[in-house]
Write a protein that binds this ligand. Structure first.
Ligand SMILES: [Zn+2]
Length: 461
């Protein structure tokens, strides 16, 4: 009998401890997250009593602002569709998306000690003020990228390779966040092409020949001697009974020419020599197969776990099961531009209180040393040759040396996706871009002129 009581007391004690730990967790750790959950009805109330912070681009241009009086606040987006998939929207009826969702805590002033300050204001019947966000985004460049993609499905990403700052993150089709009520039905109709999807960070595409930049990195790491080697392309390569082809027999070529004419046979051969582990390892250094910390949710780019010889040969030329987001391929390009050092991409430059006081400032930081400066420079030179006399001549700019790589990614959905990645000026890169246009054919024809316009506009600033 006594042991029974003791057991009961012990069990109750244990349950009590679990309860305390759990409550502490809810209160102290999960509190902010639970509070900011869009399903929390109290948040809706806070929303009505708070003047949401504004969102600015890197030059102080307004991307989102709140007008009107408490209880009847209205959110305006001066850049409309151009910034809709980055800034997002907030609506009592349709919820929230983009930075309006991911930075809710800042915009409503619900983080840190400001939470208490604003609670005090509300209790005294005053209007609480959220914090403002200043982005790294260049709204004019973003508008240009969006207009270049208009009428097509695709995405364009522009990064500053020296810092990782995101200058443009465009996706098409898009929508007008100022007209959600009117547009909601159209936006969600099957023929609309998923305008709520940010293809730049959530679209997974076969990267096609852009992947050869990753293959080249792995191959040069294993054997720098390949720069002097003579390769031979008869137009096809048989791997385990699977036949990989080039558009034509390229004959004898060196490494640089293989990049210039995008020879599948040479790059598949290089990947087979470097081995599956080295290929996967290199892709992982560039950011594949791991989650990326970013200001918006990013889909993970992937290289399949086990690669047999034919899957490796396919992966080396960006076909098969290799999938990447446009942001991922912009990161690959930026790392080569930045001499092998991949910077952490970021979109929010600073958070300021309503009065202008700085609360938080982003600090550029390296995410990964992908490769040495020598390998990065060798690849850059091959990309320069590709612009000056290879498949990417349409990306060239007068008076500025561009480095680029084209891709035409076969896919089951029809015509190939057109890719182009580029950076400029080649010797002191200030911008790296990745452009993909869905089912548009050759990258050098369709994507290159778009990337060129974005580079030119960015370098004029
Ligand atoms: Zn070839």
């Amino acid at each position: 009998m006594k042991t029974g009581v003791r057991r009961l007391a012990l069990a109750t004690g244990v349950i009590f401890v679990i309860l305390i730990v759990h409550l502490t967790y809810i209160q102290a750790i999960a509190g902010e997250r639970l509070y900011l959950n869009p399903l929390n009805p109290r948040l809706n109330l806070v929303e009505q009593q708070t003047q949401r912070g504004a969102i600015y681009d890197r030059a102080g241009r307004v991307l989102a602002r709140t007008v009107g009086n408490p209880g009847q606040f209205q959110r305006q987006y001066p850049y409309g569709p151009a910034t809709a998939l980055v800034v997002g929207y907030v609506s009592g009826r349709f919820g929230s998306s983009g930075l309006e969702a991911s930075r809710d805590g800042d915009l409503l002033g619900l983080t840190g000690w400001q939470h208490l300050l604003n609670q005090g204001r509300r209790l005294m019947g005053q209007v609480a003020r959220g914090n403002d966000l200043t982005l790294t985004l260049d709204a004019e460049l973003q508008r240009l990228a969006t207009s270049l993609l208009a009428g097509r499905r695709g995405a364009a990403v522009a990064l500053d390779p020296r810092t990782g700052a995101v200058l443009a993150l465009a996706s098409s089709p898009t929508f007008d966040p100022n007209r959600l009520e009117e547009e909601w039905q159209r936006i969600n109709s099957p023929g609309a092409g998923s305008p709520l999807l940010n293809r730049a960070i959530q679209g997974l595409y076969p990267p096609g020949s852009i992947m050869k930049l990753v293959t080249a990195t792995a191959a040069l790491e294993v054997d720098p001697g390949i720069l002097q080697r003579d390769f031979y392309c008869p137009g096809y390569l048989e791997v385990q009974g699977w036949k990989l082809t080039c558009p034509r027999p390229h004959g004898h070529l060196n490494f640089q020419q293989a990049m210039m004419y995008s020879c599948n046979v040479t790059f598949a051969t290089l990947a087979l020599e470097a081995g599956a582990d080295k290929f996967k390892e290199t892709a992982a250094l560039y950011g594949f197969d791991k989650p990326l910390k970013f200001d918006l949710p990013v889909e993970e780019s992937r290289v399949p776990g086990r690669l047999n010889a034919s899957a490796l040969a396919e992966g080396a030329i960006g076909q098969g099961a290799v999938l990447a987001t446009p942001l991922q391929m912009a990161m690959v390009t930026a790392a080569i531009a930045n001499k092998g050092i991949l910077m952490q991409p970021y979109l929010v430059e600073k958070v300021t209180a309503a009065g202008g006081r700085l609360l938080w400032q982003a600090v550029p930081r390296p995410l990964q040393v992908v490769t040495g400066a020598k390998v990065a420079t060798d690849i850059k030179e091959a990309m320069v040759a590709t612009v000056n006399g290879g498949t990417a001549t349409a990306a060239s700019l007068p008076g500025i040396q561009v480095a680029a790589k084209t891709g035409s990614a076969q896919n089951p959905g029809g015509e190939a996706h057109a890719w182009l990645v580029a950076f400029a000026p080649a010797d002191e890169p200030r911008i790296a871009v990745a452009v993909v246009v869905e089912n548009a054919g050759a990258g050098g024809v369709v994507a290159a002129p778009l990337a060129r316009e974005i580079l030119a506009a960015a370098l004029r600033r």
